[in-house]
Write a protein that binds this ligand. Structure first.
Ligand code: SER
Length: 595
């Protein structure tokens, strides 16, 4: 067998199938098009579903490709020997063209021929579908492998659980035949076979014979018989190289080296460093491909953006454990871009976006994470005393310190604690209800989300309103409207003339003074009458006895508001007014940012 690298396997695979009259197509986006049911492309067949169902593919009926895939279902398992969130899937496709005979012959030739991989045939094992009430026993595949020269003792019949492939519960599917590589380890028992997970036999390639459509309640024949094969690039290389995992191959060598340089530690120093290096390498690689995709997205609090945020933040946490200095994750991304940009040219095109998004997210999270870790350690004895983290505290860690719930769960597990996840979701729902009521009450279409950036700007709005009243020496200055996005605040207030540049500078100074004072922001519930008596500003409801929330920021500001707000003014950064202008008669508008 030849000792080949990932790059070589990728190009050998495509070359082989080109010689067999396949057209090479480029990878589809990792963000699926027209499919809201999944966040990411999880398999090579995913973007090709319409063509498996009978749509005509512009590249013809014989196709081969390398598809970028992302599976984040097992994100917490990353760090072990087998899990990767991002991987490349090599595949050859027959769209109503050839079927089992050619497909099996191609696989066998590519694997065993000296011209290609030259694997010793005795090290290969095969599984085929055993048959059930939905589809017959796959004798054709069995016979074809034997014709190729495979010893029947190397072929195992297995049920649907092992030898049937479909994505989810509906769509194109069929029996498959899987190819395994014998690592040479001892059999785990007399019955040891490719289906057992002792690690003796490792799957390297799957040939799926897609001839059915699963309707969810049964199987009907497809218009055409297709072949979908999948060979996981990183996993196959690891297997062929006899490496412990994909991380121990050339696919990750450069990335791990970079982590080592940044941390001053070695990948194999201890079980902890192995895990941390792998998590950082995997997550930043995946993040690079998500942001760098032609349909690339930025970290956010929803959908793919949330997964991306989680990947970067989890990598960051392990980077901190390795004592990698701040703002270095993008250097790892640089190595990844360099390594992949020849094949995935979009990474070069989107280079600046990748670096900027990773750096921005790192900076954002650095700020809150430090406080959050500190808070977690401070609360640890309390958590330990009761054996777990209740929903309210888990939510506070999320809301105030940006800890995704999965993150809190992981920190808890490491400390032998449990998390009341249901309680977390209940607290979350309660918070959303309250802040939407708050938005109604005060902003009428104002606060669009409760992300950290928006929340901080919201807090700055309170400080600014208080400062405006002071500087303009006008208690009738009152809010006429507010609109906040994660990038800026926009505040309309009643005032009869232009605010001078000097006055604006003084407002800025007062707000920044309040931020520098780093006072705690407290919230109390009380009746409207009590709030008035305390001198709170804000929209007062006419209804007698109605309860409101009052946010107090030291001596600087006291205002009726639904929230949410930062915990301390010190979290805000530097306040800067960008623009002052007329909004309508007697109403001025200020746009400001936090830097
Ligand atoms: N669809 C199959 C898999 O993902 C073969 O490509 O394993």
């Amino acid at each position: 067998m030849k000792n080949i690298t990932t790059k070589e396997l990728r190009s050998l695979f495509l070359k082989f199938f080109e010689e067999k009259n396949h057209t090479v197509i480029s990878s589809a986006s990792v963000i699926p098009e027209n499919d809201p049911s999944v966040l990411f492309t999880t398999a090579g067949m995913h973007p090709l579903v319409p063509y498996l169902l009978g749509e005509k593919h512009p590249a013809g009926t014989r196709i081969c490709d390398v598809q970028k895939c992302i599976r984040t279902g097992d994100i917490d398992e990353v760090g072990d020997n087998s899990h990767l969130t991002f991987f490349e899937m090599l595949g050859n496709w027959s769209l109503g063209d050839y079927f089992k005979q050619e497909s099996i012959a191609y696989s066998y030739e590519f694997l065993t021929s000296e011209k290609w991989l030259g694997i010793d045939k005795d090290r290969l094992y095969f599984t085929v579908f055993a048959g059930d009430e939905d589809a017959p026993r796959d004798m054709e595949s069995f016979n074809r492998w034997v014709e190729m020269g495979v010893d029947p003792s190397h072929i195992f019949f297995l049920p649907k659980k092992h030898n049937w492939w479909m994505a989810g519960t509906k769509g194109p599917c069929g029996a498959d035949t899987e190819i395994f590589f014998d690592t040479g380890r001892e059999k785990c028992c007399d019955d040891c076979n490719p289906a057992c997970d002792c690690g003796k036999y490792l799957e390297i390639w799957n040939n799926v014979f897609m001839e059915y459509n699963s309707t969810g309640s049964g199987f009907e024949p497809l218009k055409q018989k297709n072949v979908d094969t999948g060979m996981g690039l990183e996993r196959t290389i690891a297997t062929l190289q006899g490496a412990e995992s994909a991380y121990d191959t050339d696919a990750f060598a450069g990335i791990l080296e970079c982590i080592s340089r940044l941390s001053g530690k070695n990948y194999k120093d201890s079980a902890d460093t192995v895990k941390a290096f792998r998590i950082i390498a995997d997550h930043i690689r995946c993040a690079t491909f998500i942001i760098g995709d032609p349909r690339g997205i930025a970290p956010s609090n929803v959908d793919q953006g949330y997964v991306l945020r989680r990947l970067i933040r989890r990598a960051l946490r392990y980077a901190m454990a390795l004592e990698i200095p701040e703002n270095k994750l993008s250097e790892i991304a640089e190595v990844i871009i360099e390594q992949y940009k020849d094949f995935y040219t979009e990474l070069a095109v989107n280079h600046d976006r990748i670096i900027a998004e990773i750096s921005k997210e790192e900076e954002r999270f650095q700020r809150t994470l430090k406080n959050g870790m500190h808070e977690f350690s401070r609360l640890l004895p309390t958590f330990s005393a009761v054996g777990g983290i209740d929903g309210k505290n888990a939510f506070r860690l999320y809301d105030t310190f940006g800890f995704p719930i999965e993150f809190t769960e992981e920190m808890a597990r490491e400390n032998g604690l449990t998390v009341d996840v249901e309680g977390f979701h209940a607290a979350f729902a309660e918070h959303q209800k309250k802040s939407s009521q708050g938005a109604e009450q005060k902003f009428k279409g104002g606060l669009a989300d409760s992300s950290e950036a928006t929340t901080n700007l919201h807090t700055a709005t309170h400080l600014m309103q208080a400062a405006l009243r002071k500087v303009l020496q006008d208690d009738s200055v009152s809010q006429k409207g507010s609109n906040i996005t994660p990038e800026r605040l926009r505040f309309d207030f009643s005032f009869g003339r232009k605010v001078t540049p000097e006055e604006l500078r003084e407002v800025e100074r007062l707000v920044n003074e309040a931020i520098a004072a780093d006072v705690e922001i407290t919230c109390e519930e009380m009746t409207v009458e009590e709030a008035k008596a305390q001198g709170a500003i804000g929209l007062f409801s006419d209804r007698y006895g109605e309860r409101v929330k009052v946010y107090t920021m030291g001596e600087f500001s006291k205002e009726i508001c639904g929230g949410p707000h930062a915990k301390r003014t010190g979290e805000l950064g530097t306040f800067k007014i960008k623009k002052e202008e007329a909004s309508s008669a007697g109403v001025r508008r200020i746009k400001a940012v936090l830097q």
